[in-house]
Design a protein around this ligand. Structure first.
Ligand code: OGA
Ligand code: MN
Length: 296
């Protein structure tokens, strides 16, 4: 069966069918079809995709040469898994017990409920994130929401487009966690220095412009802190209007791939003190594609 896409929202996101089991997918044409689908839709949903952690990493490597391994989570010592290239997006500890409400790892993970884009605090930043639903709460559990930052950019008034062209923002995971009151030690903060990226990115696959903002964005380079933060808030508020937002309702076995250059996302609350939710994420790095191919 050929790869095909069914749109899930007026401006982006699609369900992909016909690719078979992704863990066994090596056919270059279908992989290229998924890349093109990502360029067009920015979020792709694949149903019924069993993955082990190793299979998920191997699948991600078929797209880009490098995986994001220096997760912010390493500083809170969340090491249930053998490799840092697989992020444990779960509410359980090493022993499989649901984390108590005051557990530091849980409080850290709550930062995912702010609108963000993965690994924007690194250089190179994240390109594709692939989130695999291993155990979803009965009845579907919470949605993950996505915002289309290309459509959001397109809808900006011309004077705002002119204002932000060429600006750069500093991104830091310490900043986004601190806005929620989560504290890092001086040692932890030293590891989390952050990275600077353009506020407007031109996406190589589609030629479209995208607003590159996130809860991690701490300031605009060359601007005062208050003015920079007000601009960032304004842009995030604009970009997360319902007309740009798609909510994905999870099922066991879903794999959702999103382009971190073209979208923001956030987790939604659920009864996480009592109900188990286990997901695994692998994120590729936004390295030039030729370099990726050479390193593969
Ligand atoms: C992530 C993330 C949201 C969720 O995995 O990067 O933000 O709903 N997840 O778990
Ligand atoms: Mn995320």
């Amino acid at each position: 069966m050929a790869l095909s896409f069914r749109k899930l929202h007026p401006v982006f996101a699609a369900e992909a069918t016909g690719a078979g089991e992704l863990r066994n997918l090596h056919d270059p044409e279908t992989l290229e079809g998924i890349r093109s689908g990502m360029d067009e839709f920015a979020v792709l949903v694949f149903r019924d995709q069993p993955f082990s952690d190793e299979e998920q990493m191997a699948f991600a490597r078929r797209f880009d040469g490098e995986l994001h391994a220096k997760t912010g989570a390493r500083v809170v010592k969340r090491t249930r898994l053998a490799t840092e290239a697989v992020s444990d997006i779960s509410n359980v500890d090493e022993a499989g017990q649901i984390l108590p409400p005051d557990d530091r790892r849980r409080l850290y993970g709550l930062g995912n409920r702010l609108w963000h884009t993965d690994a924007s605090f690194e250089n190179p930043p994240g390109r594709y994130s692939m989130l695999s639903a291993r155990v979803v709460p009965e009845g579907g559990g919470p949605d993950t929401q996505f915002a289309d930052m290309r459509a959001a950019y397109d809808a900006l008034p011309d004077d705002t487009k002119a204002l932000i062209e060429g600006l750069e923002a500093h991104h830091s995971i310490a900043h986004s966690r601190q806005t929620l009151g989560f504290e890092f030690s001086a040692d932890e903060q030293a590891i989390l220095e952050g990275a600077v990226h353009p506020l407007v990115r031109v996406l190589p696959g589609s030629g479209r412009r995208s607003l590159y903002v996130a809860s991690h964005a701490s300031r605009i380079i060359g601007w005062s802190l208050p003015e920079g933060r007000l601009l960032l808030r304004e842009l995030i508020e604009h970009a997360t209007q319902p007309r740009f937002v798609f909510s994905h309702a999870w099922r066991d076995g879903d794999l959702v791939i999103w382009d971190n250059r073209a979208t923001m996302h956030r987790a939604r609350p659920f009864a996480d003190a009592t109900v188990r939710r286990e997901m695994r994420r692998v994120t590729t790095l936004d390295v030039p594609r030729q370099a990726a191919a050479a390193g593969a």
